[in-house]
Design a protein around this ligand. Structure first.
Ligand code: SAM
Ligand code: SF4
Ligand code: SF4
Length: 419
């Protein structure tokens, strides 16, 4: 036993997993080795590793004042109407959808507030952000004021001409392009990617799986060809998908998709490290998803929340028109409130309280919990167990993928799901 309240350990297979969620440290040692180690002696090898890992992570401040990511939803307007849209941008019946953040508001209100929290990363999204004619100016303002931060834009790509790409080239590091609407016009998607490549902007293809395996394979081929990341998502119960009670796939159904896509990558021999992120996560210790420690979301009406999927009064931090100091104070109150903690802090989350994987998982989605959706996290467990017990950093991506498909086929994860 460690005599350190920050350290949590658990046994998984033949390994002891050692975590310090406050310092985001996680590593594992062989169980036999752990049992033989004299943890009362301060100089024992395991405590030494812990100390080293903590000092590596020390620069990574996890305090409330260190916001790492800011989501800036600059409009709800969209030129498409995806049935599953998490922003309900396909519902055009109310004035809400006419609200937009202007470059003037961003310059005069958003940036002065964000200067007090100094984020590392911006995700500019919507609705379709390119329908907001102030977008380029907003991006330039952000880059001027936060030159070291990464700026990504989430877009459906339909308004991306070469001229537009030229105007955002200097401010944006990455475009995340959703692909659902390119099903019968992948040439158009390829044209966009080749333009981005010419201008040195990184690209990622976001694919929402909706029983469309052929399209997923096609998008994967295109990602390989243009060296783009692939973000594989399943419809989440959010926005219009939640309103219309769309079918949400079970963990078992999602795992079949993972298995098929892994096999496709193996058959094609795509030894692309970028695809590793679909299957393997770098395991870190955590106490939540980020909503209570590192994320701020700003909506088109200027209201701010810790989570992009929960715009509810109990979580409203305030509006960007308010005094930055007042907003900072309110942010701390919201983040520390019992209500927020019960939704976002894995130590207090009802479905996760007894799960041994809780400090490496971060817990069941707080928005889904709020909406009363059952916690179906077997897929997350299957992936985490592979990362903790079977992933080998010294092997190639394809070797690990082959082991992953065997692990899934042979159901080697079965014994670990109940814990
Ligand atoms: C809401 S969209 C906004 C930006 C832009 N219009 C686009 O489509 O990329 C941001 C991302 O969320 C994804 N998305 C939307 N609704 C979703 C849902 N219910 N479940 C999972 N992903 C969803 C989209 O595919 C897209 O990649
Ligand atoms: S997912 Fe994106 S492209 Fe589709 S309706 Fe929503 S905002 Fe528009
Ligand atoms: S694996 Fe499931 S039960 Fe365990 S912490 Fe994650 S979401 Fe909660």
């Amino acid at each position: 036993m460690f005599h350190d309240n920050n350290v949590q350990t658990f046994e998984l297979g033949n390994r002891i997993i050692i975590t310090d969620p406050t310092a985001k440290v996680c590593f594992s040692v062989n169980s036999e080795y752990y049992k033989k180690c004299d943890l009362n002696n301060n100089n024992n090898p395991i405590s030494k590793i812990l100390k080293e890992q903590r000092s590596i992570h020390k620069s990574y401040d996890t305090g409330i004042n260190k916001i790492h990511s800011v989501y800036l939803f600059i409009t709800r307007e969209c030129n498409l109407s995806c049935s599953f849209c998490s922003m309900r941008s396909n519902v055009k019946s109310t004035d809400v959808y006419k609200q937009k953040l202007t470059s003037e508001q961003v310059k005069r209100k958003v940036i002065p507030f964000l200067k007090t929290v100094n984020p590392h990363r911006f995700i500019v999204s919507g609705g379709e952000p390119f329908t907001n004619t102030d977008l380029c100016q907003i991006l330039n303002n952000l880059k001027e004021n936060f030159p070291l931060s990464d700026i990504s834009v989430q877009t459906n790509g339909l308004l991306l001409t070469e001229q537009v790409v030229q105007t955002i080239e200097k401010s944006v590091s990455r475009l995340e392009i959703s692909t659902a609407h390119f099903e019968d016009k992948f040439d158009q998607l390829e044209n966009i990617l080749s333009t981005l490549k010419r201008y040195g902007i990184d690209s990622a293809l976001s694919f929402v799986f909706n029983q469309n395996m052929d399209s997923l394979e096609k998008v994967l081929d295109i990602a390989e060809k243009y060296n783009a990341d692939l973000l594989l998502n399943f419809i989440s119960p959010d926005g219009s998908a939640l309103d219309s009670n769309m079918k949400i796939m079970s963990s078992e159904e999602k795992l079949v998709v993972y298995e098929q896509i892994a096999q496709y990558i193996l058959d094609k021999g795509y030894n692309n490290q970028k695809f590793a992120d679909i299957f393997f996560q770098r395991v870190r210790a955590k106490t939540g998803c980020g909503a209570l420690s590192s994320t701020i979301v700003i909506f088109p009406d200027g209201n701010m929340y810790p989570c992009h999927s929960l715009e509810i009064p109990e979580l409203r931090i305030g509006n960007i028109t308010e005094d930055p100091l007042k907003l900072n104070k309110r942010m701390k109150e919201i983040y520390c409130s019992k209500f927020s903690q019960s939704l976002f802090n894995v130590k207090l989350k009802e479905p996760c309280k007894k799960c041994q994987l809780r400090f490496v998982c971060g817990g069941f989605c707080g928005a889904n919990q709020y909406h009363g959706i059952d916690c179906d996290c077997n897929l997350q467990k299957v992936l985490l167990v592979f990362d903790l017990l079977f992933f080998d950093a010294n092997k190639t991506m394809l070797n690990n993928l082959e082991n992953f498909t065997n692990y899934v086929k042979d159901k080697k994860y079965i014994g670990y799901l109940a814990n």
